[in-house]
Design a protein around this ligand. Structure first.
Ligand SMILES: Cc1cc2nc3c(=O)[nH]c(=O)nc-3n(C[C@H](O)[C@H](O)[C@H](O)COP(=O)(O)O)c2cc1C
Length: 217
């Protein structure tokens, strides 16, 4: 039987191998995600009816198609002009989503719907102060480009970036409610330490994190 780590690694590693051989890969080792499903799922009201936070996760990995759909629902491109599934501050693109998995950290690139390798190691335990984050298959980390929020003071940068993250977080909640996945949006994060772990450049900062996985039965 595969361990959780092997299962998750297998999904991403095989995708990376496929991406490495495909034309147009921009960063070596990038994962070209399958086209996201943009229809189906539970009706909105049915998803709202079951939306909730989950803090106990099963070892079952998240499949590649589901990961693709999840990231698209979170903050993917939903219009020809490049705009997104979540609203964002002043039409300035401030938020990046990092995906922390057993086999490393990936930056989601919405324009190309790819995962770009960021760190080759498992930092899940560092994405929060609660025990379940270390073993859940996926922790999303919402990172803000403060340096792009030029004409407002730093405390307002955190406020507006947090609102952007909150909208993305609710998209993730609703997608998970629709798909039978569990999730929890998290502020219990040592954001300064996590920023160092992620090697974020000056100006960028961690807002919140969000765990995703199948709920433990
Ligand atoms: C800004 C914010 C920060 C949160 N931080 C955490 C957290 O660090 N850890 C956690 O387990 N839940 C966290 N939550 C989830 C809330 O505890 C949860 O949404 C609330 O208890 C209501 O439960 P429900 O989501 O199941 O309806 C956070 C939610 C929000 C909106």
């Amino acid at each position: 039987m595969m361990t959780r780590r092997q299962a998750t690694t297998g999904i991403l590693a095989s995708a990376a191998a496929a991406a490495a051989g495909s034309a147009g890969a921009q960063v070596p080792g990038s994962i070209e995600l399958p086209a996201p499903r943009q229809e189906g799922g539970k009706p909105l009201l049915a998803a709202l009816k079951v939306r909730h936070s989950t803090r106990e996760y099963a070892g079952r990995p998240i499949g590649r198609q589901t990961l693709s759909d999840l990231l698209w629902a979170a903050f993917g491109v939903n219009r020809p002009n490049g705009d997104r599934t979540a609203p964002y501050w002043r039409h300035v693109m401030v938020l990046d989503i990092y995906a922390a998995t057993a086999d490393g950290v990936w930056l989601y690139e919405p324009k190309t719907h790819r995962l770009v390798p960021h760190l080759p190691r498992d930092i899940r335990a560092e994405t929060g102060t609660q025990d379940f984050v270390a073993s859940a298959p996926l922790n999303l980390v919402y990172v803000a480009h403060g340096e792009r929020m030029t004409d407002i003071p730093p405390e307002e940068r955190r406020l507006y970036a947090s609102v952007d993250a909150g909208f993305i977080g609710q998209n993730v909640y609703l997608f998970c409610a629709s798909e039978g996945l569990g999730t929890v949006f998290r502020g219990a994060v040592d954001t300064a330490k996590l920023a160092r772990t992620l090697n974020l450049p000056d100006g960028q900062f961690v807002t919140f994190a969000q765990t995703v996985g199948y709920p433990r039965a």
